[in-house]
Design a protein around this ligand. Sequence first.
Ligand SMILES: [Zn+2]
Length: 407
Amino acid sequence: MLRTQLKVACRLYNTLFHLEEEEYKKNKHSMSRNELRQLALVLRKRNTEFQALHSQVAQQVADRFYWARQRFFEGLANKPKEKKPHMYLSLVYPQGGWKLSNIREVGQGENTEKKKARLYLSKIGFFTVVIHRDFPLEGVSQVCVKLNPSGRIFVVFLVEGEVEAPYEEKRAGEPMEVVGLDVGITRLVTLSDGRFLDNAKPLERSLGRIRLLQRSLSRKRKLSKNWFKAKLKLAEEYEYVKDFRRDLFFKLGALLARDYVILVLEDLNVVGLIQRGETRKRRMRLYDSAFSELRRILGWQFQRHGKTVLAVPSYNSSRECFQCGEVNHSLALEDRVFHCPFCGFTLDRDLNASLVLSKRACRVGATRLVCLVGELRPIPPLPSLGLAARRRRGGAMIQEASPFRAG
Ligand SMILES: [Zn+2]
């Protein structure tokens, strides 16, 4: 049912897109948001096919086109194009048209927030949903239902108002805990307090399986039943990689946001970095490490706790000496230890870089810096991934999926 609805919504989007284009060619007039919404309603009234959609959902399709065009006008995106049905994967219920009922607790042990409920979406029907976090029902301003390519369905409730408790202000004069964070390929993160986390390389670990699935997909006749099955399996594998990575980043973010007030990291141009990568393997590892996503998630976690993430210039950050500030130009990519030819300072390469970053934060305005220099030690194992164990069948695979064994 959801798939049918998505197809209809996609067709409505494309119809709006073509009508708008015609209107502009004829009268040199770009339709306003209200005109587009009205048009969507008129189309729905005239065409029985579009009546499969809830009226507000149809209006939201118009909104979606409007925002896409608006972003184009502001120079933030390319010109909107016709959407392909397999890329149109979510519906939004802006106000009404949905109902939660029969909410019951199913969490066990410490996990008391986990609940199950029955969700009714107008024109689609009933879903049983697993609610993993508490939220005020009366604060919900829209409900988005999203179909992932692997067939998993997510429902996102947008809640307005303050949900998280804000971070309480420290008394003036008290030092703020600042930590520098250096990202890398061998060690994903190295903190200036000496802690580090090895790079789990999620994509690289799944690469064998992805290649196998890709090969099997290419052997199938396109659009046949077996082709769809193979495609689904491939989508599942990619989604697993993505979930694995995000799960790791979120756990790391929660850990850091608990311990520190200011996190300092490099202002990296990640796309440029990947393009400059010398070998294919290095480029893949850079891509696999997903530095931008890591930064986005850490930023979100810190903001949520009322704390700050500072991005400082990344120029020469790994070649500068923490002790005397001179730049060691002879340091090569593969050198793991930083040795300063000017003052004789010797330290682990990544640790030096994270210390330099936290020092730079002082220059851009973070006051009262506490650098906790210590020995390098791994971050203790983060809670195991239930997801990894569930998705993998076969014992060996499950063991392999846990990258957090201290090492
Ligand atoms: Zn030095």
